[in-house]
Every structure is written in structure tokens, then in C-alpha cells.
Design a protein around this ligand. Sequence first.
Ligand code: SAM
Ligand code: SF4
Length: 494
Amino acid sequence: MLAQKWKELRAEEIRKWEDSCKYEDFIDDRLITELIDISKYPDKKQVEDIIAKARQNVSSGAMLSPSEVAVLANTQDPQLWEAIFETADWIKRTVYGNRIVLFAPLYLSSMCVNNCLYCGFKNTNADLDAQKLNRDQIVSEVEVLINSGHKRLIAVYGEHPQSDAEYICQSVETIYSVHSDCGEIRRCNINASPMFENEYKQIKDVGIGTYQIFQETYHHQTYSKVHPRDTLKHSYKWRVFGLHRAFEAGIDDIAIGVLFGLYDWKFELLGLLYHAMALEKEFGVGPHTISYPRLVPAENAPLTTMSKYLVSDEDFSKIVAIIRLMCPYTGSILTARESNPLRDTIIRKGGVSQMDAGTRIGIGGYSQMEKEHLLHKEQFIINDTRSLDDFIYDLCKEGYLPSFCTAGYREGRTGANFMPLAKHATVKNFCVANGILTFKEYLMDYASPKVREIGENHVIPNYLQWIEQNMPQLAVQVEEKLGLTASQQHDMHF
Ligand code: SAM
Ligand code: SF4
């Protein structure tokens, strides 16, 4: 079907859905603005009390309130900021342990009927060489990813009849079917446009991990401005309840995010919180992860450099840390849009739990690793271009445990089963154990000599010791599985 016709029919269906939508919009722009305005000058004691509360919340999984988040966002005192950063790191280590879960984005299609003012894939970008991967190309891309050591992907799609729900299903099945030497992709998350319930059901059936939709901006007026009227993405309501529909369709592992730089970052933080609260209220389950992509330059998208809300590095670090205090149980994803030095700083200050590495965002980008990044094939510019192995080496030097764990969703620890573990800070027992086992697998199968040296002699012994000290019974089982991994048995996990 022609893209224009497909878009018109879909727009009509979306309108019908909007008319019958049973949910009330949970974003009140005026209230959020007021909350930010009335807490403009917080006093020290107020901020200290909120920090103390965030620490206590770790064992119950409770979130901070919108007014508390507004206070943190308005905090100026550098000493208080030191305390907030330190708390973010503490919360992350208490809930998830000191591991960083690694993944790679895989761009399947840059064809898109929308026209988002910030995106290189927008329909009116005449210089974009819009493409989608066919079966063979997907296999080639996935082989490169597997052979570098990856086990977890986020598959990314433009919104187009050629990359509709059916294509998403086929591509995910292809991704899971690839087995190369000693590896395979064990979890494929999705970043795609909002769907109808019947489409979500199809996608769920092929065994996806998390379904991720970024609202981009929660501010209604800005949302309308950056997503032009004649596009599918123009409907705020359709998008903001996209994950509600996913839930209704049985997808219980969902992720939210904001594209920082489109509107005031303080407002967006509260938007994320209200979204998490709405999901919890409706389904008893909050977001599995929160993402905070920040605008980076994209081809023929002047807004990406001219927006008056562009976020400085300093404010960006604050955003990441506040998200950690605000929602202690959620995974926190810091992407390669950010530069190496900033990523290295924010891991520690912001309580980050997941990162992409060895990233290529061009369509077919992994099969052309030796080539430069090609802007006319890419959605935007990435700034951290380290290889997966170099990235892992840097993590190891800082004492982190690189993890390729995908056990959670395969063992049924998703949605309502995952939340209590994260909310009571016991998920780290699994995280550290599975981190050790999957990192060992990486060391055996893919690591460079320098990573193998630091991994075998420092990282694995350190974390084994941590388990022995904290959970002696689990340590026995981990050592047993570690022995099996050393004798080339794969996919040992808890
Ligand atoms: N087309 C789907 C959608 O819009 O939901 C998939 C998402 S798009 C391919 C992935 C995400 O990249 C977007 O949701 C947006 O947050 C982010 N993005 C787009 N342009 C960007 C830019 N110039 N800088 C940083 N992130 C950007
Ligand atoms: Fe299309 Fe998504 Fe890019 Fe918007 S952000 S133009 S919907 S790919």
C-alpha cells in the first residue's frame, strides 16, 4: 500500500481510538509549572529531608512526590548537589549492585511517514537515504553484533507501512534465529511507535523484551509544535497512552523516556514521574527503564542546534541523578549520544544501570564497521564511538561489573514479578550473579587480551568475593556455574 494511503487510514483509526479513549490525561501543564515555580528557592533542610527520604524509599520502592522532585530540580547549592549525586550512586548500588548492563541498538528501518522536527529520519529530509533491512541484511548485522559479544538488543524502527507490526515480528524472529559461533541474541527490546492492541499482541507473541516509547516532550504545546499536524505522531493522547495499550495487550515490560532539549528539563522530569505514577495506578507496575536521550545534531533538523531548551552537561548530570532518586526501582539508560568523558562521569554520579556500547545507528551500520559514521544514513550523531571491548575495559578499570544478563525476562521476572524484586532492593542478588556469569562468557569467547587480564584477575574475583561476603549460599552455586562456563557451557544463569 502507498505510504500516503496507509497513513490516512491509520490516522482515521487513531482518531476513532481517541474518541473512545477511557483514560484521563495525567499531565496537567499548569500544575507542573506551578509546582516548579513555588519551589524556586528551596531551603537546605527541605532538600536534605528529601534526600533522606529517597534513601528510605529504596527498601519500599516508593517514588518521590512531584513537589519533592520540583524541589530537587530547583536546588542550587553545590554541597547539596554532591549529596544528591552520592545518593544516586548509593541507590543504584543498593538496588542493582555495581553492574552495568550492556546492549546495542539495531536500526532496522529509517523509513518514516512522520516529520518530527528533531529527527534525521523525518519524511521531509531529502538527503536521507531511507532504507529498511531485508532478511539477509538483518542476519549480517546480527552476526556482527553477536561476534562482538552482544546478547541484548534494542531494535529501532521508523513508522511506515514497510516497517509495520508485521515487519517488526518478522525482523525479531530473524534476529532470534541467528546463531553465530558460540552466541546468539537472547533478548530483543523494541523502540517503535505506539501501536493498536491487536498489533501489540502480535509483537508480544514473538517474544520481545521491553517495549519502549519515548514521549519526547510532556509539554502539550511543544509536543504539537515539534510533531506537525498532518503526521501520525501529532496525537499526544495516542502516544502518551501507547504503553497503557501495550499493557492491555499483555506486554507487561515497558519503558518510558523524554528527549531532553525540546522543553524545560524540570517540566519534563515531572512529566516522567506523572507517567510512571499513571502506569502504577492503572496496572500496579511502573516503567522497567527510564531513558533520557538529549538532543544531538541531526541532518536537516535545525531545531537540534537552535532549540532554546538545549540542556548543558551540568544540568544533564542533574537530570540523571534526580531520576535515580525519584524512581529508585527503575533501570536508567545512558546512551552513546553522550561523549566518553561525560558518560564516564555520569555513570558514577547518576546511578546509571544500562548503557549501549560499540553503537552504530546507521541502517546496516554494523556490517560497515570499518567505515566512518554516515550522516545521510543515520538518525543523529553519536558521540561515544568506543568499541564494545574498549568500553568494557574502561568499565573494568573503574571497578564496574560489565553484564550481558538477559535472564530476568526469560525466567519470568518481568512486570509484576520483577517490580517487588527491584522495589525491595533484592534484585541485585540476581544481577551480580548473572553479571559474573555473562561477563565470564564474554571473557572466554570475545575479549581482547587486556580485557581478559583485568576481568579474570580483578573483576570476577572482586565480585565473587562480594557474593561470598553477602550471600554465601548463592556463592557456592555461582562458583559451580562459573566452573561449567569455564568448560565452555553457555548461558548459565539464575
Ligand atoms: N519512530 C519511533 C518513534 O518515534 O517512537 C522510534 C523512535 S526513534 C527512531 C528513536 C528515538 O530517538 C526517538 O524516540 C527520539 O527520542 C530519539 N531521537 C530522535 N532524534 C534525535 C536527535 N536528534 N537527538 C537525540 N535523540 C533523537
Ligand atoms: Fe519517524 Fe520516530 Fe524519527 Fe519521528 S522520531 S521522524 S517518528 S523515526
